[in-house]
Structures are given as C-alpha cells and as structure tokens.
Design a protein around this ligand. Structure first.
Ligand code: HEC
Length: 204
C-alpha cells in the first residue's frame, strides 16, 4: 500500500519535472527558465503588504462606462433582482426561496463590495478630492451589509442594504455625471411649491 503510493508520488514528481535536475536548477540560483520573478516598473514603489506589486502594476482593462456596465451594474442587479416585493392583487416576494438563491445573492454582493476597490484604480477617480473615494467606501459598506444580511437570510435588512447600495451609486452619479450643482434646470421650470424646501445637495 505505502510502497505503491510513494511510487506514484515519485512518478508524479518526475512527470512534473521536479526530479533532481529541476531541484538542482533551483539550487543554482535559477537558470533562465526558472527566473520567473518580474522586475517592478522603474520609479514605482511597492506598497506594504502588496507582494512587490506597485501602482503601475494595476491593469484597469475597461473604460469607466464598460466597467460600470459589466461589473457594477451586472452585480448590483444580481442583488436587486433578488429582493423586494411586487404588490398587486397579491404580494409577490422576490427574495430567494432556497440556499442556492441566497448564496447567489451573497456572491453578487461580495463581488460588488470587492469591486468597489476597483473604482480606485489609477485613472478611474474623476477628480482629486476624496469625494470619489467616499462614494466607493459607501458602496463597499452597503454591499458588505447586503452580503452579511443575505448570509443571515434577513430579508428586511437585506432589502434595506440594497437601498443603501442604490444611494451610493446614485450619489456618485449625481455628482460626477449630472454635476456637483445638481441636475440642469428644466427649460420651463415648475414653480417652487411653498411647502417644498431646496433639494439636498449631492453627497450630503
Ligand atoms: C465612485 C463613483 C461611482 C459609483 C459608486 C458608481 N458609479 Fe456608475 N458611473 C460613474 C460615472 C462617473 C459614470 C459615467 C461614466 C462615463 O460616462 O464615462 C457612471 C456610469 C454608470 C452607468 C452608465 C454606463 C454607460 O454605458 O453609459 C451605469 C449603468 C452605472 N454607472 C451603474 C452603476 C451602479 C449600478 C452603481 C452602484 C452599484 C454605480 N454605477 C456606482 C460613477 C460611479
């Protein structure tokens, strides 16, 4: 029993090329083939805990629109489609009804939480103050809460975390797409109502 399994391990080691020759090459400090460690880009400083990666190593592969559509929107709707109620003659619940559904909801929320970091990759932030960072963090908090509540199968709290997620998306869009001064005035604006205050400024 033991003999035959160690023979198999040896055969596997040989097949993988980690026999004495391969080990000797490593011990020599590396031949060209074994020299797989890349050099950090010139002038960049590795961040602590980043395994030698530097800012210049990040590869934001999508422009912001593509990123929004394929990553943010896709994962947000994987959450939002799994929550809420359709109220008509009867009330239809949209929440998952089995473990697979809840796990899918949690997966999407966790993906979105991690993806909020990708908003901060070089070239993505749309200005140099930290408002963009704050929106990314707001989204991270909300998506983590949605993931936690999906894990707990707490429908109401999961729903409310979905609302918080929406607020983070919307807040950032109001500031960076519509503009910090709010939506453009309509050509023929409605008269202000006496009981209606000024709308809150974005990011407040
Ligand atoms: C930190 C800021 C920020 C956050 C947070 C954010 N977005 Fe965006 N989003 C933008 C900006 C800026 C654009 C406009 C990009 C452009 O037109 O180049 C945009 C555009 C979009 C678009 C339109 C893409 C197109 O094809 O025109 C969608 C859809 C979108 N976002 C979805 C979302 C969703 C869903 C969330 C939240 C889960 C979210 N975004 C969170 C900044 C943000």
């Amino acid at each position: 029993m033991i003999r035959s399994s160690s023979a198999r391990v040896l055969a596997l080691a040989l097949a993988l090329g980690i026999g004495s020759l391969g080990l000797a090459a490593c011990g020599n400090g590396g031949s060209d083939d074994a020299d797989v460690v890349s050099k950090a880009p010139a002038g960049s400083t590795p961040g602590e805990g980043m395994g030698g990666a530097t800012l210049a190593d990040f590869r934001p592969s999508l422009d912001l629109k593509e990123f929004m559509n394929h990553v943010m929107d896709y994962n947000a709707f994987e959450v939002w489609h799994r929550q809420g109620w359709i109220i008509g003659d009867t009330v239809q619940e949209l929440f998952p009804t089995d473990d697979d559904g809840w796990i899918a909801a949690e997966n999407a929320a966790r993906t979105l939480a991690e993806a909020s970091n990708l908003l901060l990759l070089p070239g993505r932030p749309q200005d140099d103050d930290r408002a963009w960072v704050d929106f990314a963090h707001q989204l991270n908090d909300a998506a983590m809460k949605a993931g936690d509540m999906a894990e707990k199968r707490d429908k109401d709290a999961f729903f409310s975390a979905g609302t918080d997620m929406y607020r983070a998306c919307h807040g950032c869009h109001v500031r960076y797409i519509v503009g910090a001064d709010g939506p453009p005035a309509a050509a023929d604006p409605l008269k202000p109502l006496p009981n209606r205050g000024e709308p809150p400024l974005p990011n407040q």
